[in-house]
Design a binder for this molecule. Structure first.
Ligand code: FES
Length: 201
């Protein structure tokens, strides 16, 4: 993704924790030595998890050194995928899907609620709520559109009111149950009809 927000304030160095060094050794064993640069994505992910959900440029350099590849090769992967953050995000990091199925089902209202409750601009941290939001492409839960991802979890079947309720819950630090917010299980039909058993469904 071009134009990704890169933090201006960068730490001068980055080291993986001992625990993560062990994880990385295990990952690298999966690749022949000459192809170890293929491990770039899991290593970026580990760096992000270790560093409060964002990847400093020093980590990109370290990963490039570890994989014996060019800095730009790691940087271009980190800037292409929205799953990698190159600037600090909130403790509650909201990714709003605005691809066509979610858009048709009202993701515009969810974006409005992000602007109202989190920050007028995406990629900016609301310090009071310790939260931030960005727009992303399809997250693969179109059957329960519109939806958002908050940190690692999906919240589906949203509308303005339900999104507002979730964002307000940041204040109490108690997020609603993950998954559908309309009460349906998984992606079963909205009116509880079971298409295999009900001929009229
Ligand atoms: S379009 Fe939003 S999850 Fe697929």
């Amino acid at each position: 993704m071009s134009g990704k927000h890169v933090a201006k304030n960068q730490p001068s160095s980055f080291e993986f924790s001992n625990e993560n060094k062990i994880k990385i050794d295990e990952i690298l064993k999966k690749y022949p030595d000459s192809k170890k640069k293929s491990a770039v994505m899991p290593l970026l992910y580990i760096a992000q998890r270790q560093n409060n959900n964002w990847i400093p440029l020093a980590a990109i350099q370290l990963i490039a050194d570890m994989l014996e590849t060019a800095y730009i090769k790691v940087y271009e992967v980190a800037t292409f995928y929205t799953m990698y953050n190159l600037a600090p995000v909130g403790k509650y990091f909201v990714q709003v899907c605005t691809t066509t199925p979610c858009m048709i089902r009202g993701s515009g209202k969810v974006v409005e609620m992000c602007k109202k409750h989190i920050h007028e601009k995406q990629g900016h941290v609301n310090k009071e709520l310790d939260s931030s939001w960005i727009e992303v492409e399809c997250l693969g839960a179109c059957v329960n559109a519109p939806m958002v991802q908050i940190n690692e979890d999906y919240y589906e079947d949203l509308n303005a009111e339900k999104a507002e309720k979730i964002f307000n819950s940041f204040k109490e630090g108690t997020l609603p149950k993950i998954g559908s917010q309309s009460g349906r299980r998984g992606s079963e039909p909205i009116q509880n009809r079971t298409t295999l058993l009900n001929k009229n469904a």
